[in-house]
Design a binder for this molecule. Structure first.
Ligand code: AMP
Length: 192
């Protein structure tokens, strides 16, 4: 069973590629940002989630980890996962490893979409015209990058030590990146 993480800064194209890969390989697309946005109307947590998202901060681990674990458990019979935006810090990565260990699974590859902050911000601003996302504004984006550098990039080292990271040029076109990911997965499947 194939389990992937699509890694990258905000605006690097994680969601776009995750959707394409999930479709092509019949995997579950799991976006923690989407899961959280789905809960915005939740009486108990909605306001809290909104506050963190609008500030560009990470929603507290206990809430996110629980929601992701529920989603994984619910969808696991449908095959492997493409994680998009999850994990975002070391605590989440370790929780995911633990959850997968318990199910005799592991993360196979981490695909890192590399894009400069300047280009990523341009893309998010373009996306803001149609996304309807209240966190796609310049002030929030700045915080999302600060959080990304401080809390999320250390995960690259964590997965690099496990020899799972593959870097791709996020400036390439959507079909070209998708083609490269397929190539990587074909090669991976041959040797594993
Ligand atoms: P995204 O849709 O991945 O860009 O996420 C949008 C926002 O949702 C982030 O800025 C965070 O506030 C929150 N969020 C998404 N994924 C996570 C996560 N794994 N841990 C904590 N907060 C998250």
């Amino acid at each position: 069973m194939l389990n992937l993480i699509i890694f990258g800064s905000p605006g690097a194209g994680k969601g776009t590629q995750a959707v394409l890969i999930a479709k092509k390989y019949n995997l579950n697309h799991l976006s923690s940002g989407e899961i959280l946005r789905r809960e915005l109307n939740n009486i108990e947590f909605g306001k809290k989630i909104k506050r963190y998202q609008n500030a560009g901060k990470l929603v507290p681990n206990n809430l996110v980890i629980k929601m992701v674990e529920e989603e994984v458990t619910k969808k696991i019979s449908g095959g492997g996962f493409v994680f998009d935006g999850y994990p975002r810090n070391l605590k989440q990565a370790k929780a995911l490893d633990k959850l997968f260990q318990d199910k005799n699974l592991s993360i196979n590859l981490v695909i890192n979409l590399k894009l400069s902050e300047r280009e990523a911000v341009q893309r998010i601003m373009l996306r803001s015209k149609t996304s309807g996302r209240s966190d796609d504004n310049l002030k929030t984006i700045e915080n999302r990058f600060t959080v990304y550098h401080a809390q999320t990039t250390p995960l690259l080292k964590y997965y690099h030590q496990q020899k799972k990271v593959i870097n791709l040029d996020g400036r390439l076109t959507i079909p070209e990146i998708s083609r490269q990911i397929k190539q990587i997965l074909t090669a991976y499947k041959k040797t594993n």
